[in-house]
Design a protein around this ligand. Structure first.
Ligand code: TRP
Length: 454
């Protein structure tokens, strides 16, 4: 089905790296380490893995199936499958990608700025107030705006090269470097004196911390980190050849993503504990952006080889953010190219304009626009909540219902078995199908209901 002249990824490795690039991003570098440490360490990881296998991976496979079956973007896909009225599901997904990119490119911009600063050896004073420096920067009107514009331009530039010579080539190089850097950092972190306390804090299971919130956090995190419900898996899936084993790729991507997140946690948390112990102060683990933009510069300033590690870290952060923003941006590009008939270069320009507007507003919402509040949140936080709690979740649920209950089972099975070329036992495919049809939608519904009621 679909358009035969459409570009495809060239190699299996390329597919894996593009998928891993989409999954591994800011979510792994600051949310996972923090959430794990706060919600019971290894106990949280166990719950996280369980939900990932039961709910998130089946959801990922669903997006993949629709993308590969139609070789089209999220909006056109519904029409190609014979349900033009359900185009709105694709539109929710694309809209979700725009909202996420809106705040994602702001943080990406901060990563660019911190990389520049680390190259200028600015993180060299243990007595500097990095919290003040960070807040001063993000609340100023012009500087973060310029970095946001640069970050989004880098993203657009990668996608302008197309699927093979843009996205695939970039992901292969950048992701390989990223793995090397993060492993080096983890080794440095655990070999610092006093690191073992941090390792314990991160990993020792504490089941008493597992409650409804921890479970919802685990599911929300796995959705964000796998990049579900925004058409990004769908669009990458649509560039995959008909022979590729979708289920395997989905599992491998998720495993790589989790391993990366744990290694990133090991690169960060033990180092924070080690430096705090050396300085005789209590370790302070900030939530969210504060962890990488306040806690870490502080750590780098008093850690052996800290200046070099800082450069490596911010390169890694920028790489991780870029390969993720590329996937969201491409979801929008593909919409403009296929549903609106634009050439790639025009589509890229259009996507840039559409995304930079929320980007600019989000950047300003940290400073001069901070008094504009929607349901008590500034625009940055509002877009974060809107996309995570409403758009991504509903797109995922609708896509699962579509695949499990509206698409013909034979068609779904045909994709799962890559048109019969994969000789997996029938029960394996049936299990995946049952997860898509029953388990994953039930899991998402449970999350929605408990969020509303609790
Ligand atoms: N997964 C990426 C991260 O962890 C972000 C991302 C890429 C994303 N594509 C997405 C998030 C689609 C939500 C939806 O940072």
């Amino acid at each position: 089905m679909g358009n035969v002249t459409r570009e495809k990824f060239a190699t299996k490795f390329g597919v894996m790296m593009a998928m891993a690039g989409s999954a591994i991003g800011l979510g792994n570098m600051w949310r996972f380490p923090y959430l794990t440490a706060e919600n019971g360490g290894a106990a949280f990881i166990v719950i996280y893995l369980f939900l990932m296998f039961a709910v998130s991976i089946p959801t990922m496979i669903t997006e993949y199936i629709i993308g590969r079956r139609t070789h089209a973007n999220a909006v056109s896909a519904m029409t190609i499958l014979g349900f033009p009225k359900l185009k709105f599901i694709g539109l929710i997904a694309v809209f979700s990608a725009i909202c996420i990119l809106g705040f994602y490119c702001v943080v990406g911009g901060w990563a660019v700025k911190y990389l520049v600063d680390s190259v200028l050896f600015k993180f060299d004073s243990p007595t500097a107030d990095y919290s003040d420096i960070f807040n001063g920067f993000i609340t100023s009107p012009l500087r973060p705006l310029i970095y946001t514009i640069i970050f989004l331009a880098l993203t657009a530039f990668v996608t302008k090269g197309g699927v093979r010579s843009g996205i695939e080539k970039f992901s292969k190089i950048i992701m390989s470097l990223l793995f090397v850097i993060i492993i080096l950092m983890a080794i440095r972190s655990v070999t610092l004196p006093g690191a073992s306390e941090g390792l314990k804090y991160l990993l020792v299971p504490d089941f008493s911390k597992i409650n409804g919130d921890a479970i919802r956090n685990a599911l929300g995190q796995s959705f964000f980190t796998l990049g579900l419900g925004s058409g990004t898996i769908l669009i990458y899936g649509s560039y995959v050849s008909d022979k590729e084993n979708l289920t395997n790729t989905a599992y491998l991507t998720s495993i790589l993503d989790t391993v990366f997140a744990i290694v990133a946690g090991i690169a960060i948390i033990p180092a924070v504990f080690a430096v705090a112990a050396t300085n005789g102060i209590a370790p302070e683990i900030n939530a969210g952006p504060g962890l990488v933009f306040i806690t870490l510069p502080n750590i780098f300033s008093s850690m052996p080889m800290g200046q070099i590690i800082a450069i490596l870290f911010f390169i890694a952060l920028l790489f991780a953010a870029l390969t993720s923003s590329v996937s969201m941006f491409e979801s929008l590009n593909a919409f403009y190219m296929e549903s609106r008939g634009l050439k790639r270069s025009k589509a890229v320009l259009r996507s840039y304009i559409i995304c930079i507007i929320p980007g600019i507003i989000c950047s300003l919402s940290q400073g001069i626009l901070s008094n504009i509040k929607i349901i008590g949140l500034n625009i940055f936080d509002f877009l974060d909540k809107l996309s995570a709690n409403v758009l991504m979740t509903s797109a995922c649920l609708l896509l699962l219902i579509f695949t499990g209950w509206i698409m013909k089972k034979d068609d779904v099975m045909d994709e799962l078995s890559s048109h019969g070329s994969i000789k997996a036992p029938r029960w394996v495919l049936n299990t995946v199908y049952a997860l898509i049809k029953y388990v994953a939608p039930a899991g998402i519904l449970a999350m929605i209901i408990t969020t509303i009621l609790l």
